[in-house]
Design a protein around this ligand. Structure first.
Ligand code: T3D
Length: 263
């Protein structure tokens, strides 16, 4: 059995762990296939309301497997086949994805983390757009994520110099949600994912859609999108529960269920 991605399910969370620790979880066909299957399973599982992505061993992910004979291959074809569908999938998935980064996140490994919704890292975790060191350009969405998250100047510096920044710096630059003490990333990622799994899942899916698509729209167009998404959110049982809980001065018990058919 391929164990390049381990899957554990508990508390409404599917925890996916990249599991090629001897290569710092470098990405190969097996990892892409296993990750795709794990995301399919999470989406098909009605009990799953959040995903946690992390890495086994000494780091999160070292990017493409450089021992797999890259030179001479059509790298564009690899992106089309594996990297691009994965990034599109993570952004399009109607479930929040938390990423816990420890050790190192390099190349496509860094951008895989940035494709997730909420990223938490160890204070001294190392983030690097390592591509330039081997004569490549950032892929897996890097040239889109970096300027939007950190601004154009820092995006260009990170990509062109390939320097490492720490988890603390990544948080200060707005690349990630936050940095925690080294060794606490997995627990913090789990806490965040469990919290998300108790929130109104449909509303979170709709806001994820709004954020993902906003980059291509004007404010005017986005206001129309918000109108439509709010209409959908307003028809969910969790909206009713949220308002009832507010009026009754009690904590809300969100189920994450979609609106009843016909309503
Ligand atoms: O077709 C396509 O797939 C195109 C797509 C490309 C997308 C990309 O991601 S391109 C960028 C690929 N990644 C890199 O260039 C990063 C290469 N790795 C490094 O620069 C460093 O290893 C790290 C910065 C990640 C970590 O440095 P350090 O000093 O902490 O660890 P290390 O000693 O270099 O690595 C530890 C082991 O992991 C080592 O194996 P060994 O000697 O103990 O047997 C090393 O070879 C292995 N390893 C690290 N990165 C990779 C890897 N093995 C395969 N592929 C790797 N990317």
């Amino acid at each position: 059995m391929d164990e390049s991605v381990l899957v554990e399910r508990a508390g409404g969370v599917h925890r996916l762990t990249l599991n090629r620790p001897d290569k710092i979880n470098a990405l190969n066909d097996g990892v892409f296939e296993a990750l795709g299957a794990a995301l399919d399973a999470a989406q098909a599982d009605e009990a799953c309301r959040a995903i946690l992505l992390m890495g086994a061993g000494r780091g999160f992910c070292s990017g493409a497997d450089l021992t797999g004979g890259l030179p001479g291959r059509d790298l564009g074809a690899a992106l089309e086949r594996s990297y691009n569908p994965l990034v599109r999938r993570l952004r399009g998935l109607p479930l929040p994805v938390v990423c816990a980064v420890h050790g190192v996140a390099a190349g496509a490994g860094m951008n895989l983390a940035l494709a997730c919704d909420i990223v938490v890292a160890g204070r001294t975790a190392r983030f690097t757009e390592a591509f330039v060191r081997i004569g490549l350009v950032p892929d897996a969405g890097g040239t889109w994520f970096l300027p939007r998250l950190a601004g154009d100047a820092r995006a260009r510096g990170l990509a062109m110099l390939g320097d490492e920044i720490t988890g603390e710096q990544a948080a200060a630059w707005g690349l990630i949600w936050g940095a925690v003490e080294d060794g606490e990333e997995a627990a913090e990622g789990e806490r965040l994912a469990r919290r998300l799994a108790e929130l109104p899942t449909q509303a979170i899916a709709l806001m994820k859609r709004a954020f993902t698509e906003a980059g291509a729209r004007t404010l005017d167009a986005q206001l129309d999108v918000e109108r439509d998404l709010q209409r959908e959110a307003g028809a969910t049982p969790d909206f009713q529960e949220g308002v009832a809980a507010f009026r009754e001065k009690r904590p809300a018990r969100f189920t994450g269920r979609p609106k009843e058919s016909g309503s």
